[in-house]
Design a protein around this ligand. Structure first.
Ligand code: PEP
Length: 244
């Protein structure tokens, strides 16, 4: 599997009528890039046969049980997903997910044979307080299980203030945080140098190339710009251009 990953997070967007978007993205593969979309759970089974990585956006910690409205990692795998996002900032904010909960969901993903994309990132207040790296340390320590490996885990650095806002950090800030994450992973895991590290937060065609040129950026987690093939395909191409 290539280490470069272009991942799209459709959040609570997408109906069956939008499957054509996934077909168009699937038709535009780049050999050096893993292309992955996390559609709403309702579309996973419908797109599982496309030549495209498919992921869930969240999973419950349990495999089954009395948890109305929730979806287990096993159910995502059964529907055709191979990956799941854990700890997205919208889940942390909207559903009060703690680092411990994110770690438990990530272990549920491993149990079901799914790879986890664990999302971490600081709020604007935390950045302005100079707390970014300590927040990253806390989230890495609390959200990434001890049995994480470069094969079952991807880390997505997503500054909360950059998600859906059109604002992005400077490339120096991206480089600083990604280097810090890389070092922490290398300190803790034998294969820490190999974990794919994604940047997320207002990635679009116009800024993708400069983001992908930053050291330790192995791809992107993309929200809004993954909803249209015409917006997402140039991001795939920009990543492929950095991979050769
Ligand atoms: C996201 O939701 O993970 C994300 C990065 O969104 P956007 O690209 O829209 O900022």
């Amino acid at each position: 599997m290539p280490r470069k990953i272009a991942a799209g997070n459709w959040k609570m967007n997408g109906l069956r009528a939008d499957l054509d978007v996934l077909r168009a993205i699937a038709a535009h593969q780049a050999a050096s890039v893993e292309v992955l979309i996390c559609p709403p759970a309702t579309l996973i089974a419908a797109c599982a046969d496309l030549p495209l990585g498919i992921g869930g956006q969240d999973c419950h910690v349990s495999a089954y049980g009395a948890h109305t409205g929730d979806i287990s990692a096993e159910m995502l795998a059964d529907a055709g997903a191979r990956t799941v996002l854990t700890g997205h900032s919208e889940r942390r904010a909207d559903h009060g997910e703690s680092d411990a909960m994110v770690a438990a969901k990530t272990q549920a993903a491993y149990r079901a044979g799914l790879r986890a994309i664990i999302c971490i990132g600081e709020t604007l207040d935390q950045r302005e307080e100079g707390a970014t790296l300590s927040v990253i340390d806390t989230q890495l320590a609390g959200s990434v299980p001890d049995d994480a490996t470069a094969a079952n885990t991807v880390i997505a650095y997503e500054p909360v203030w950059a998600i859906g806002t059109g604002r992005i950090p400077t490339m120096e800030q991206v480089a600083e945080v990604h280097a810090h994450i890389r070092q922490r992973l290398a300190d803790r895991f034998a294969d820490g140098a190999e974990f794919p590290l994604l940047y997320g937060g207002s990635v679009k065609a116009g800024n993708a190339a400069e983001i992908f040129a930053v050291a330790n950026v192995d791809g992107a987690l993309v929200g809004g710009a993954s909803l249209k093939a015409a917006d997402f395909i140039p991001i795939i191409d920009a990543l492929a251009a950095t991979s050769s």
